[in-house]
Design a protein around this ligand. Sequence first.
Ligand code: F3S
Length: 669
Amino acid sequence: MKIELAKSAGFCFGVSRAVDLINSLLEQNVKVCTLGPVIHNPQVVSGLEERGALIIASPQDASEGSVVVIRSHGVAKCVYDDLSSRGQSFTDATCPYVSKIHNIVSGTINAGATVLIAGDPTHPEVEGIKGHCQGKVYVFNDIVWLKKLTEENPQLKTERVIVVAQTTFDTDEWDICNEFVKKVYTNAIVFDTICSATSIRQQEAKELAARSDIMIIVGSRHSSNTQKLYAICSRLCASYHVEGADELPLERIKKASLIGVTAGASTPAFIIKEVLNAMSGLDNIEEEDFDFATALEMSFKTLSTDERVIGIVAAVSSNEVQVDLGIKYAGFIPANEMTDDPLIKLDQMVKVGDEIELVVLRVNDQDGTVMLSKKKVDAIKSWDDIVKAADDGSIIEGIVTDVIKGGVLVAVHGLKVFVPASQSGVARNDSLDALLKKPIKMKIIEVDTGRRRAVGSIRALQKDERKILSDKFWSDIEVGRDFTGKVKSLTVYGAFIDLGGVDGMVHISELSWAKIKHPSEVLTVGDNVRVYVKDLNTETKKVSLGYRDKGENPWTTFTDKFNVGDVVDAKIVNFMPFGSFAQIIPGIDGLIHISQISEKRVAKPQDVLKLGEIVKAKIIEINEDKKRISLSMTEAAGGQINEDELGENHAAEGEQIVAPEADELGENV
Ligand code: F3S
C-alpha cells in the first residue's frame, strides 16, 4: 500500500496568519476575544480557549480591556462600525483574499450594482461579504440554484450585475455557473475571487483522487473548503471525510493500493500527522513511499529575500503569475517582474504547471505571501550573454523601454543597455520616440563589468547587415533586373531608392512619361516602388534606376493610334517665339509652327491662342528618330502653308527645338 499526501494539505496562509496572530497576542498576555471560532477546527479552537482566548458572538460581548480578533472569514461592515463606535480595540485577521471581495462589492465603481455571490449563504464569509454590499444581493450555491434565481428574478438580466465567489467555492461548479452567467447576464461583470490556495488545493486533490483507490479528506465537517474537497474527491474515487484518526475506516481502506490524503485549510498539521500515523499501522504499508516528515518540514519552510527558488505555475492572470513554492506561503510574480516587454501577455510566457526559477523579492508574513521575480533571474543570465556579445560580436535582442537624454534604454531580460542616439540608427533630426516599446537587435560595443553597465549599437548591426546585403547585391546584379525598393529621399533631380543594402537613383526624367517639375509629384518618401536597373558602375558603385512603365510609353501609344494626315484635337500647353506646343495625348506634344497657326500673319502665338485651348490640328510630320511631331492648324482648316512665315520663323534644319519645360527631353515627348 502507498500513501500519498497532497502538497497543500493543511493550514492555508490565511488560517495560519489568524492563528499566529492570536498566539502572538496570547504570548504577550493580551486578553483575546475572537468573533466566532477562529477556524473550523474544534481541537485548535479549544487549545486557544484553554490559553485564554474567549469566543464571543458580537462586539458587545467583548470583555473589558480585551482585543477583539476578526477571524480570516471577515465580517460585515456594520461589525467594524460597531467596534469603532464602542471604542473597542480590535485586530483584523481577515484573509486578504476575502478583503479583496469586500473591496470589490463596496467599491465606488460597483456601488449600487446588484451582487450575485456564488457560495454558501450560511457561511460566515458569505454573510460578511453581504454586509459590504450596497445594493441588492443574491446568493446561489450551484447552477441549479442560479437558474432558479434567474427564473424568479427575470429583471436581473437587464440590471447592472456583478458576480463574485466565496473564496472556497468549488472551482468546477464556478466554471459551470460562469458559463451560464456569460450567456444570460450580458451586462454582468464577473470577478473570479476563489483564492489561489483553494484552487491549487482543489486541483491537487482532483489529480490525486484520479489516481488513488481511496481518498481520505481530513478536516472539520463544518469547514466549507473541506466539504468541497470531499465533494471533488468523491466524484473520482471512494472517499472518506474524517475529522481525526479515530474516524478512519481502517478495515475498508487496508486493501487499497494507493491512498491519497488531503486536508482542509483549517486542519492543523498534528491532526494530519495522527491520521497518517494511524494508517502507517496497516499491514503491508510501504513506508518509504511517503515522507511525511519532509512534507511537513517543507510546508513550514520560510524564505528570505534574494533566495533563489523554483516555483510551479499555479495560475496566470493578466497582471500576475501565481506559483506554488511547496511551502505554506503563496508565491506571486507581478507582471513587471516577469518581463519588461509590455507587448507580451503573461499567458504567452508561462502556463500552469511550468517550473520556473525565481528570486524572492519580499516575504510578507502578515499576508502569508511571497513576491518573486523572474526578471532578476533572467538578468543574471542576461549579463553573461551581454559580456559574451561584447567579446564575440553576437547579436542581442531587447525592447526599448525609455527615451532618455542622449539615447535610449533597451531592456534585455531584466537588464538595461544604453544605446546612444548616434548609435540608434535613427536619423539625426528624427525623434527617438519612434523606437519606444519596439523590439530591437543590437551589438554590444562597450561593457563595464564592475558597474554592470553596457552600451549597445543598433547602427553597428545595421551597418553589418547592409554590408552583407550590399555584397550580395553587387555579386549578382545586372542591367534590366527588377527590384522592389523603398523611397529614401527626393531631390530636384531624382529619387533615391533603398534596394536593401544599396541605394540607387531614379532620374526625374525616368519617373514619369509626363513632364514633372519635382519627384514629389510622383513619389513620397517611404513608398515601396518597383524599379529596374538602367545602368551600373561597379567602380563607383552607382546604380541608375528606371521607374516608368515601359508598357505605358506614350510614344508607342501615339504611333499605334495616329498617322501623318490625321486631324487631332490638341491642347495648347506652351508658347515659344516660333510656335506653340500642343498636347495630343498625355505625354505627347506636337509643335504648331507659327506659320501653321493661321493663313494670316501671326506676330506671336499667344495673340491668337490661349493656354489650355483645344484646337484642331493636322499631323504633318512624325519624326521617329527625334520623337518629334509637327502639327498644322492651317491644314486642318483646309488652308495653305504660309511660306513667308515659314522662311522667317521656322527653326533651321537640324536645329533643336527646345521648349523650356522640355529641356530634359529635347523632343516632343
Ligand atoms: Fe484565505 Fe483562501 Fe485560506 S481565502 S483563509 S487563503 S482558504
